[in-house]
Design a protein around this ligand. Sequence first.
Ligand code: NDP
Length: 505
Amino acid sequence: MASDPDYGMFINGETVPSASGEVFQLTDPSTGEPFTTVAKGSPDDIDRAVRTAREAFESGVWSEKSPKERAAIMRAIAAKFLERAEQFALAEVQSSGATLRRFLNVDVVLVMDLFLRTAEMLEEFPHKEVLDAIPIPGPSHDFVIREPIGVCGMITPWNFPLILASWKVAPALAMGNTMVIKPASYTPLSTLLLAEVCTEAGVPPGVINVVPGPGGVTGESLVTHPEVDKVAFTGSTVIGRRIMQLAAGTIKKVTLELGGKSPNIILDDANLDVAVPGSLFAFLMHNGQVCESGTRLLVPRGLHDEILERMCAIAKNLKVGSPLDPTSDMGPIVSKSQLETILSYVDAGKEEGARLVIGGNRLHPEGYEGGYYMEPTIFTDVKNDMRIAQEEIFGPVLAVIPYEGLDDALRIANDTIYGLAGGVWTQDPEKALYVARKIKAGTVWVNDWHTLRNDGPFGGYKQSGIGRELGHFGLEEYSEVKRIHTSMVPEREKRALYDRVLTLR
Ligand code: NDP
């Protein structure tokens, strides 16, 4: 389709149409109706954006600014973002189905804090490290510096479009890189706005570029582009594997934040007044469309009935409805196809012999009949080898698995290809620490879920990813390390090593 889009691409500090003039439509998942159009970027547009990012990088307009100067601009981004928070909220709610309630209470705070914290961490970061002198053949000076990697290609998903783009943009900017972002096709708007805000705050043109377009074509051309030095991807493990293969062609640096099937273990001494609502929060926030959702609930057999009774009593009162309604607990699923995927997993669970205790159906709230809503859904008597326990559903579907003792719980917890997160509910600190150490995952929550912090690492063990985002760990992922050695020995005769290895006289 070719016409003037409501939203263009963002290249070299400007909003521009795609080279082909093609556009694509976005659908509001709360109504099922199209609501806006966006320029559809092609490999030609990616090439233009990458070349722009390369020129900006080599010019030094950003990479050669001091950390202090870059930190000041990061703080300005946080302020500009807050001024336009309402615009971000509407874009995000209308395209991703995030509830306005969650976006204002969680996303806005996290994103603003991220840019502020990153500025702080950037100023404290050890950009230079002096090493002890090597005694032979005489005095020398050795130090290690951090340098930006260059042009970063970023590919982001639709579940938390703004947060997950910011997790890449903030550290990449902080460390002096330039970038091209290919946002998810359902949700490119907030990333385009973020690029605008960064530019308004003082990030020079060409440093941050956004090219929306289909992953299989536009995304792949970014990953294979020879002028891209690093690829940062968040999305499914299947596509993560593909990205790694494609990036291998030019040995790009790669960070991957992929899927999860996180085990949530309630121990028999847990305070159920907190563990039960906490476990609902763990799998229902944003309809379970969160990579670190607690989607496998491991319960002691003796407490199984009580836990399920309590969970269902709360779940049946949750309000599923318009994401703009502040009383809605859950909004729509992101798309019709994602809703269909989730419903097909409900069928798979029934076919495999799991017992559906609540939910499992599409909903049609009054006034929003065409939207993609779904009931909170709980299966029990799940065996860990069933598809609903092994595969990432990305919907409001919980697999409850009874266990027979702590060793059994830990065996089940770690019996997965994923290792993004896990959690344990107990009142015994020793047991809590024991379980936290035994779970093979990048984040473990004790008596909590979903709490993230911008100065702590996030990422996966096993097939949940490579590398870490956030904190100084995240900053490190966006820099190269260079050692500089300077000999302070002017005398030729003291260069004994030369003569031991080669005859150079
Ligand atoms: P994908 O992994 O397919 O997509 C994530 C991003 O990658 C999107 O920007 C997408 O573009 C892009 N992409 C897709 N194919 C390629 C490719 N071959 N090369 C380069 N980029 C590509 O996730 P989906 O959006 O399709 O969701 C599918 C499943 O992935 C979900 O059900 C869920 O299980 C999981 N998922 C996990 C997330 C996480 O945070 N771990 C986040 C989102 C999804 P486009 O949007 O144009 O397809």
